[in-house]
Ligand binder design. Structure first.
Ligand SMILES: Nc1ncnc2c1ncn2[C@@H]1O[C@H](COP(=O)(O)OP(=O)(O)OP(=O)(O)O)[C@@H](O)[C@H]1O
Ligand SMILES: [Mg+2]
Length: 342
């Protein structure tokens, strides 16, 4: 049997997520077992270790478990390693400047901290659907080379307020333990799930404890909250954040720019900029992207190297028709209480 010290070292290296140390202790255990005549067990242990190492230190299979949430946290956090880049986004000059600044401060984290300063890392993103809030969280993770953790509010918020508060605590412990971008999408839900809560006072307490946790957090992680409904948020909320970034629907020229870049080599030549700019009003970036993807699909299915102007127009009109229909339904849904409370 492994000695008490070896067992403790194994558990500790697991907790510290120190794979090197874990393998080294496991090999010692195998060697010990071989020495005391348990050859088969020793061999099985070595095979297990070799198989784990063979996945290679740089392979995603080995990297991901380093920051893979365990236990309860696995339900609360969804981890990914995005490759998104800032250049893939079409942004207002102001937003681009804010994001560049955040990345710069993050990269100079050590220098800033040496001077008793802390980089901007608690961000509130506000703006209509499909304007790039979620994409921004991916881009920041991708550009900084750190994992993106989506906080699953549906798993976080339960009808038991005490339980919700305890889960929130676990998430903030993870934020302090594993550096990453932690994204609370539609986080206003924390404060607006009135139907689920036992009383309004409890809801406020949860929102307040969320705010306090944000305020007291001293970690190196980025905490990003996003909402489509800034108007329902208390002013007290805004001042907890280092930066508030506002997203807007695309202007005709931004929309045309996105359509053009998304089409890539499938773009018709010459590019019908004027015709496109007349068709894009009212569509979000997300909707434009979907329209272009539909047009590309058509071209691929018809074995064509380029999207025709007619096909592009059709895809944009179709998307607008859908968008108007969905907006209408969405509003009807909201009036009916989309929080799942009825
Ligand atoms: N500013 C942008 N530049 C380029 N592409 C964008 C932009 N905004 C959105 N997109 C495209 O639309 C997709 C969906 O956008 P995203 O999920 O980031 O919107 P959102 O603001 O989070 O919307 P919601 O409020 O509905 O969550 C993105 O994956 C991307 O392909
Ligand atoms: Mg989003």
């Amino acid at each position: 049997m492994a000695s008490a010290d070896q067992l403790k070292a194994l558990v500790k290296s697991h907790i510290d997520r120190d794979d090197g140390q874990f393998y080294s202790v496991a090999m010692q255990v195998a060697a010990h077992e071989a020495k005391v005549g348990h050859g088969k067990l020793a061999e099985e242990l070595r095979d297990l270790i070799d198989a784990a190492k063979a996945r290679g230190p740089g392979s995603p299979a080995n990297l991901v478990p380093l920051a893979r949430p365990r236990g309860d946290l696995a339900n609360l956090l969804h981890v990914s390693y995005p490759k998104s880049r800032l250049v893939d986004m079409v942004l207002d000059a102001q937003v681009e400047e804010q994001l560049e600044r955040i990345m710069k401060e993050q990269r100079l984290n050590a220098r800033l901290r040496d001077h008793g300063l802390s980089p901007r890392r608690k961000l509130l993103l506000v703006g209509p659907p499909g304007t790039g809030k979620t994409m921004t969280a991916s881009v920041l993770a991708g550009e900084l080379g750190i994992p993106l953790f989506l906080v699953r509010l549906d798993a976080l918020i339960t009808k038991f307020m005490g339980e919700t508060a305890a889960k929130l605590r676990q998430v903030f412990d993870a934020i302090a333990e594993v550096r990453g971008v932690y994204f609370f999408d539609e986080f206003d839900a924390i404060g607006s799930q009135r139907g689920l809560a036992n009383d309004v006072g409890e809801v406020r307490r949860i929102l307040n404890s969320f705010l306090q946790m944000i305020e007291h957090d001293q970690s190196n992680s980025l905490i990003i909250a996003a909402t489509n409904h800034p108007e329902i948020l208390d002013y007290a909320l805004f001042r907890r954040f280092d930066d508030v970034i506002e997203y807007h629907m695309p202007s005709p020229s931004q929309a045309t720019g996105l359509v053009r870049s998304r089409m890539g080599n499938y773009a018709p030549r010459p590019f019908p900029a004027k015709a496109v700019s007349e068709k894009v009003a009212g569509l979000s970036y997300a909707e434009l992207r979907r329209a272009v993807d539909e047009a590309i699909k058509d071209a691929v299915m018809h074995d064509e190297a380029k999207i025709t102007v007619a096909a592009l127009n059709r895809a944009l009109s179709e998307r607008r028709r859908l968008s108007e229909k969905l907006k209408h339904n969405d509003l009807a849904g909201k009036h009916g209480g989309s929080t799942g409370s009825r």
